[in-house]
Design a protein. Structure first.
Length: 192
């Protein structure tokens, strides 16, 4: 199911109180984030128009609350039972340089992410935050929920690239012999 949205809908508006995890990201979670970035960053760069040199990625994850989606979106989650659905509702992690190095992303802290959101709200194409000149786009990703078998992983994302430019949704990745792959299940999403 796809929703069309008017205006900027940041993931942060859906965040509730979540606490930084004391447990570092697992290698499996890092692999899912890397697979997500491999699949989605090239597409997001094209949707931003003007082919930005890089996509700004918030270095803090959002919590992931799948409770309502699990009730409403049976096609997306058919046959999947998540083992850590409650934990990912209450925790967040910091994404760090342990993620695979990529020249097409720039990890941004919360102050930079806030400056980027303001630039997008005001229709400004670039923003200066500290010493960094950042393009007005922002990708935010959620915590990852793994199914009980370790075969499936759910992640939610939101990408903002202008007042009427952005997309987001829930994505299911499936583990194969070659690593994590987008399962192409039809999940809830939005586009502006």
């Amino acid at each position: 199911m796809l929703f069309i949205a008017i205006g900027v809908i940041p993931m942060a508006s859906n965040w509730t109180t979540a606490y930084p995890s004391v447990v570092p990201l697992t290698a499996e979670a890092r692999d899912v984030y890397a697979a997500f970035l491999d699949v989605y960053v090239p597409t997001l760069k094209r949707s931003a128009g003007g082919d930005p040199a890089f996509v700004n990625v918030a270095n803090r994850t959002a919590h992931l609350d799948l409770v309502s989606e699990l009730r409403e979106d049976n096609d997306c989650f058919h046959g999947i039972t998540f083992e850590n659905a409650q934990r990912v509702r209450k925790q967040v992690h910091t994404l760090d340089l342990a993620l695979p190095a990529r020249q097409d992303i720039s990890l941004v802290n919360s102050a930079q992410a806030s400056a980027i959101r303001q630039a997008i709200t005001h229709g400004v194409p670039t923003v200066i935050s500290g010493r960094a000149r950042l393009e007005a786009n922002l990708l935010e990703v959620s915590e990852i929920a793994f199914d009980a078998t370790g075969r499936f992983a759910a992640i939610r994302y939101g990408f903002l690239c202008g007042q009427l430019c952005g997309e987001g949704g829930t994505v299911i990745f499936e583990k194969s012999a070659d690593g994590w792959r987008d399962s192409h299940r039809l999940c809830l999403g939005w586009i502006a």
